[in-house]
Design a protein around this ligand. Structure first.
Ligand code: GLY
Length: 369
């Protein structure tokens, strides 16, 4: 088991990573659970697969659970659910000093986290992430949000959890495609700032995806430690460091928008493609050796992640993808920061990228092969 501190002035917390942690929730979270009834926000899948283990742990410690279930899927990060959830939390008598528990993937964590950010101007919450993507990314760092008609995650707040328990055994019930999509975010930590970790993933990635418990725990803990270090230095993404976590996300977001944020392209798959595109765009600008982009492509292929947009059958051109980028929430005074690469493990923020040039580059990628 690993315990990773997220060091933030006055709001530090720990992320525990290990196998079987869900069954120990009551004891690990005991100082935070001060009332008999524990409000748990979850989705139907997470409750089906993991609800009993959480319930057993809490009930053995004398607690009862009040469940708030949402449908699985991105559509649940809605104004309607936020209103229903906050009303429910008020009905449950949740006070500022109380903690609610989020059991599930990024959708549940983002929704419960945002509700906690605004309930009585902020109550506590505990994240129990059950997907690989939520464990290595969304449950750590305090970004919480819902979606609006204008786009994903446009309404939200920074609100840090008080504790995160990442139980590796939850990953066994994930559909393989979702596991692979989460792995893209693991790969991201190597690509953006840790060449040794990327090397390690080249030889251990297959074991991670096989859910070899020791190797998977190592990969998850290493990813979380990387994120914790970044968040501790740049919690609000104002110092040019946390922005590096958006590697692959600008290209990826355009592809997600073009495919309607649907199952046609999962977020992690879009991030994998986006990282490959960011690498190839860096090669095109003479910033990155071609072999580095090829290595990244091989790592995506090894994980069964998409690496060629020409294979997606998109009926659009580069300009249309760039149009999606113009609506990206990172757009700032007419420029869009791109995360580019000087090497594997050496990402940087480029604020001078011409979108017309990106459109031409994307045209060439759409037609390649
Ligand atoms: N998922 C990117 C971040 O937490 O900053």
């Amino acid at each position: 088991m690993a315990v990773i501190p997220v060091a933030l002035e006055g709001r530090s917390y720990q992320v525990h990573v290990g196998t079987g942690l869900l069954g120990r929730t009551a004891s690990v979270a005991a100082p935070l659970l001060r009332k008999k009834i524990v409000p748990v926000i979850t989705d139907v899948n997470a409750r089906h697969f993991h609800g009993d283990r959480l319930a057993d742990s809490l009930m053995q410690a004398g607690h009862e659970i009040a469940w708030f279930d949402v449908e699985s899927g991105e559509a649940s990060k809605s104004w309607d659910n936020l209103r229903l959830l906050t009303d429910w939390m008020l009905d449950q008598g949740v006070e500022r000093g109380d903690h609610v528990v989020a059991l599930g993937g990024g959708v549940v964590g983002d929704l419960a986290g945002f509700a906690s950010a605004i309930l009585k101007r902020g109550c506590g919450f505990v994240q129990l992430p059950t997907t690989l993507l939520a464990q290595v990314d969304s449950s750590v760092g305090g970004k919480t949000a819902i979606n609006s008609a204008a786009g994903k995650n446009l309404i939200g707040a920074f609100h840090q959890p008080s504790l995160v328990l990442a139980d590796i055994s939850c990953l066994g019930t994930l559909p393989p495609r979702e596991l692979r999509a989460g792995y893209a975010e693991v790969l991201k930590y190597g690509v953006l700032g840790d060449a040794k970790f990327f090397d390690w993933l080249e030889s251990h990635g297959e074991a991670v995806l096989r859910l070899d418990s020791q190797v998977t725990e190592q990969a998850v803990a290493h990813s979380i430690a990387a994120k914790a270090a970044i968040v501790a230095k740049d919690e609000r993404e104002t110092a040019g460091l946390r922005a590096l976590l958006n590697l692959g996300h600008t290209f990826g977001h355009a592809l997600e928008a073009e495919t309607g944020f649907s199952d046609r392209l999962l977020h992690g798959e879009a991030v994998a493609l986006g990282m490959v595109l960011a690498a190839r765009y860096s090669v095109r600008g003479g910033l990155l050796p071609d072999e580095a982009a090829r290595r990244l492509t091989r790592a995506a292929d090894m994980a069964g992640l998409p690496s060629e947009i020409s294979a997606m059958g998109l009926a659009c051109d580069g300009e249309r993808l760039v149009d999606h980028m113009r609506h990206d929430k990172k757009m700032d005074a007419g420029t869009l920061p791109f995360i580019l690469l000087r090497g594997i493990g050496d990402a940087f923020v480029a604020s001078d990228v011409a979108l017309e040039d990106v459109a031409r580059f994307l045209d060439s990628q759409l037609q390649a092969h």
